[in-house]
Design a protein around this ligand. Structure first.
Ligand code: GTR
Length: 423
């Protein structure tokens, strides 16, 4: 389904498809590599306890990712500007309460704003934990629910090849429902909140002017600095604004909010979860290169592919690592470790070789020693599990059969993980 939506948005330019076809996929040809030390400070001192990790090593890694990968993001606004546009206590055949919340980024009504769709189980007796997800398409694609107002969606005009923000069609309702599994989430006693990343910044090179980043440029400045946020940074920042809202919603247990993202939005969820420790658990569904996968592994997508096909995702400084992954003073195990000691779920799909499933597993496995510093069990193995055999405690991993997607199987595992962490 995602491929359909993404495909219809024509996000996959043909050169990107060619790159996927010609990538290195032979495990026996992956050269050996040495990961940068996770538990050694830049001055060479070993990190032996949770305090040194939290106060010294974690800030070092966060600073590296801010400077050289995702770019630094601005602080949160002093006051969240939002409006609960509607509440329906009898949504989804009476099974859910549906709220539509408008979150304003700027002060002018013409500034970008995002619409947050919130479903909560009807009849809950106390505040409920919530999964917050970033969506590739409008919130009306999450469920075939006529109560969600249709909005506009960025699409590429095949004639002019220009992107246009066009009104959504009725038939788009519920188009990505299989990726959200609303019923399963509600049945487990949790809520689901979703916003469309395109509300924050549309996803194509040169789209910055349509998103939130220009609002933070200094007078006279037209480009972001080489170490300032790219589009992923902007989407991640918006996830924190959605969290700001969830903290204000009395029906939500904001100490138990899981952040979920798939693919590029999985990369986004990891960065948002690294920056914002209010997220109690972070789910990276097939986030691949620039996300959970070890960059040093020459398998599937590489840094140059990311920076060529999607020059707007990361910061300018990240481009220095094209074909120079071995020079990175970081790798994905360090990004994933920034989630500790909270819950981390990394998931792969067998046919999604472009995302390098084994590299995603190794990212999670090599991050796990940080959980041990907190006396918590991480993934518990260095051996990649077989299909449909989730492994781990506070860090979990699974690989399922099938393609790059989000499925009911994936959600079943996330719900079980949440039940384990939030018991
Ligand atoms: C691919 C990209 C990946 C992944 C994916 C997606 O084309 O190369 O890094 O993010 O898109 O977001 O679906």
């Amino acid at each position: 389904m995602l491929r359909t939506i993404v495909g219809s948005l024509l996000m996959f330019a043909l050169p990107a498809l060619a790159q996927q076809a010609t990538a290195q996929y032979d495990e026996s040809k992956v050269p050996s590599y040495t990961l940068p030390e996770l538990l050694v400070l830049r001055n060479g001192e070993a990190v032996r306890d949770a305090k040194t990790w939290t106060n010294r090593r974690r800030p070092e890694i966060l600073a590296m990712y801010g400077a050289d990968v995702f770019g630094h993001s601005p602080a949160a606004p002093a006051k969240l500007n939002y409006e609960v546009a509607s509440i329906d206590g009898k949504a989804l055949d009476g099974k859910a309460i549906r709220k539509i919340v408008t979150i304003y980024v700027g002060e002018k009504t013409s500034d970008p704003k995002m619409n947050l769709l919130v479903y909560l189980p009807a009849g809950a007796k106390k505040p409920v934990p919530v999964f917050l997800g970033l969506s590739f398409a409008g919130i009306w694609t999450v469920a075939a629910d006529p109560g969600i107002p249709l909005g506009a969606q960025w699409v590429r005009n095949p004639g002019t090849r220009e992107y246009e923000n066009l009104p959504a069609q009725e038939k788009a309702r519920g188009a990505s429902a299989s990726q959200w599994q609303v019923q399963k989430i509600l049945d487990a006693g949790y809520g689901l909140a979703v916003f469309n990343y395109g509300d924050v910044e549309p996803d194509f090179a040169g789209s910055m002017k349509y998103g939130i980043r220009p609002l933070f440029l200094k007078p006279g400045q037209t480009e972001v600095a080489p170490d300032a946020w790219g589009a992923i940074g902007a989407w991640a920042w918006a996830a924190s604004r959605a969290m700001d809202y969830l903290e204000k919603d009395k029906d939500v247990d904001s100490k138990r909010v899981a952040l979920f993202g798939h693919s590029r939005l999985g990369k986004t969820a990891l960065w948002a979860g690294a920056l914002d420790t209010r997220f109690s658990l972070v789910i990276s569904n097939e986030s691949g290169e620039g996300g959970a996968a070890i960059s040093r592994r020459d398998f599937g997508e590489r840094t140059r592919n990311l920076n060529t096909s999607f020059p707007h995702w990361f910061d300018e400084n990240f481009k220095q690592y094209n074909d120079r992954e071995d020079q990175m003073p970081f790798d994905s195990h360090m990004l994933l470790a920034l989630i500790a000691p909270r819950g981390l779920y990394v998931a792969s799909a067998e046919e999604d070789r472009w995302s390098d499933p084994k590299g995603e597993f190794l990212g999670a496995a090599n991050a796990s020693p940080v959980w041990a510093l907190f006396g918590k069990k991480g993934i518990g193995t260095m051996e990649m599990p077989g299909l449909h055999q989730p492994v781990g405690a506070n860090v979990r991993y699974h690989i399922r059969a099938g393609k790059h997607d989000v499925t009911a199987y994936d959600w079943e595992q996330y719900l079980q993980f949440a039940a384990y962490l939030w018991k």
